[in-house]
Design a protein around this ligand. Sequence first.
Ligand code: SF4
Ligand code: SF4
Length: 323
Amino acid sequence: MNNARLPVAVFSFVFVILTAVQLILNSPPLLLLERFVDGGGWIEIIIISFYGAFIAFKMQNPKNSPKWRRLSWTLFSIVFFSQMIIGLLGAGNFLMTGKLHLPVPLMIISGPLYRGHLSVMTILFLSTVILTGPAWCSQLCYFGVWDNILSDKSTATKPIKNKAAIKTMGLLIVIIITLLLRFLQVPLKIATLVAIAFGLGGMAVIIFVSRKKGYMAHCLLYCPIGTIVNYLKLLNPFRIYIDKDCTMCMRCTTVCKYDALNLIDLKNRKPGPTCTYCGDCISACKDNYIRYRFFNLQPETARKLYLFLTVSIHAVFLALARI
Ligand code: SF4
Ligand code: SF4
């Protein structure tokens, strides 16, 4: 099943992108090792490119994909938060600019709305959604992986009632509160406290709701970025569909933590709107009836193309994402 083409493609892509970063954006260097040792960035480029190739190699077999997606996503979050903590403890080299940004996904939308201009984080986020659809919420977000881990219960969950209404209402409330903070000229310190409270509320949802319910309550119902991803992912041409021959054995429904596979979705022959194309359900279907679609490519080629994009971007983020 595994072959070398995908890992080689990921290696080459990551290598080229990080080389461009090393050559062009080097003052201060964005690659961490370059900040400590002259030329260290080149060593980091080789390590991260091999890492991306390794993850792609492991994930190209659908049976292994859920395990390696989760592991790589967890690693990303640990590296991200470790750099932040070490940086805050005084090792400024571990921070991107030395200026602290709150590590709460909410800031991707609230930051620009409050300040009145786009942030680097928001541009990065929009680019990944255009390139990979919803992969932000299945392998790239530093926060969501903890929701994924704590909601780990391999049983079918009941569909969440009024999910779309709760999500849309939550997003609107966040937008309205942020705009009020801006137009009432509420000082940055207070606005920051509001954002911190929102982040802590999210952690409480992960710990107390997701763990109990067995689905990703934080990402599905609380995080406004998850809702934006659900809509904006449609800009990207990748899709997941269920073959007409599906026997509705329901096995796949037990692995979806995004409440995107229930009886109605199976009857509709496509996952629900909260699907993040994580691919976990593909390994659960013995008959291979759940597939990726990208224009008229063969499903397996479409899946490999999707893996190429998501794993490459994940590896680049691992090298560059820092507060
Ligand atoms: S829903 Fe929010 S916290 Fe969850 S993965 Fe998406 S952006 Fe991250
Ligand atoms: S339907 Fe499948 S691909 Fe979509 S989120 Fe659920 S498990 Fe992942």
